[in-house]
Write a protein that binds this ligand. Structure first.
Ligand SMILES: Nc1nc2c(c(=O)[nH]1)N[C@@H](CN(C=O)c1ccc(C(=O)N[C@@H](CCC(=O)O)C(=O)O)cc1)CN2
Length: 282
């Protein structure tokens, strides 16, 4: 058996076409969705992601602006930019690209963004609503994972989903979204004593730890659905995930490749949140 590849690039392209139509419908009522992206510093990967976000916005007709601030920007200055954008009626979504330089508290920045414009879905109010199952902006990577699972017709309800990783932007929220879809969820992390004993029980295994090719065939149950959120470089400098794709491909039933799996869905869900936010304009 060779696993079915869950193609995030393809699903993203389908969703982009749908969003383009929604945006042109909105334009008839004089609304152009607006996204503000704030990038602090010159991290190469962050610059690439920000460029992709802007390119995708342009593709679907979302107006985007970029505030590129120097690496030594103070928290106070960054917060003043956020305040200005919170009060800008043309801006429906605000995103501060993470990670931030050490002198700035990520939590303070996340909490300064108006929850109504928090298209990353990281604000504590939106996280709280996600936990209680209220309609809100959902964190983009976790939401993209759920969309990929649904598009591949993977049975989530009643499954045992194991999440390896407990970050605020992926691990914790993806577990919550899987729980909201009626999975039984187990979290594993760096202090988990016997990781393999747990990952081998997973019907759906989500791995988001940032360790190249950590998960091998011995770590998974035959027929499991594997979601790889990792973005690492292997010994030859080639992009790879947290799962050893070649090793598990013949054992899993479905698998997300890296690149082209979860990654493209992150930006897609960000655009969807921005359009939703524009629809809420009063
Ligand atoms: N404010 C935020 N910061 C960060 C987020 C986020 O959701 N909000 N997530 C990540 C980075 N990220 C988006 O910002 C992101 C990561 C990866 C991809 C992606 O499409 N990856 C491609 C491969 C890209 C490559 O070749 O290097 C793929 O997997 O196919 C998109 C967005 C951290 N920061």
């Amino acid at each position: 058996m060779t696993a079915e590849r869950m193609n995030g690039k393809e699903l993203a392209a389908t969703k982009h076409a749908e969003m383009k139509v929604r945006v042109s419908e909105l334009a008839k009522s004089g609304i152009v969705p607006g996204l503000a992206v704030i990038l602090v510093g010159d991290d190469q990967a962050s610059q690439t992601y920000v460029r992709s976000k802007q390119k995708m916005c342009e593709k679907v007709g979302i107006h985007s602006i970029l505030k590129h601030l120097p690496a030594d920007t103070t928290e106070e200055v960054l917060l003043s930019h956020i305040d200005e954008l919170n009060n800008d009626p043309e801006i429906d979504g605000i995103l501060v690209q993470l990670p931030l330089p050490k002198q700035i508290s990520e939590q303070a920045v996340i909490e300064a963004i108006s929850p109504e414009k928090d298209v990353d879905g990281f604000h504590p109010i939106n996280i709280g609503k996600m936990m209680t199952g209220e309609k809100t902006f959902l964190p983009c990577t976790p939401h993209g994972i759920i969309e990929l699972l649904k598009a591949s017709e993977v049975q989530i309800a009643g499954s045992h989903a194991v999440v390896v990783g407990r970050s605020n932007i992926v691990g914790k929220p993806v577990g919550q979204l899987l729980l909201n879809e009626h999975a039984t969820v187990t979290y594993c992390h760096s202090r988990t004593v016997d990781l393999r004993a747990i990952t081998t029980q997973a019907d759906i295994l989500v791995v988001a730890v940032g360790i190249a090719k950590l998960i091998k065939k011995e770590d998974i149950k035959p027929g499991a659905v594997i979601i790889d959120v990792g973005m690492n470089r292997d010994e030859n400098g080639k992009l790879c995930g947290d799962v050893d794709f070649d090793d598990v491909e013949d054992i899993a039933s479905h698998i997300t490749p890296v690149p082209g799996g979860v990654g493209p869905m992150t930006i897609t869900m960000l655009l969807e949140n921005t359009i939703e936010s524009a629809l809420n304009r009063s």
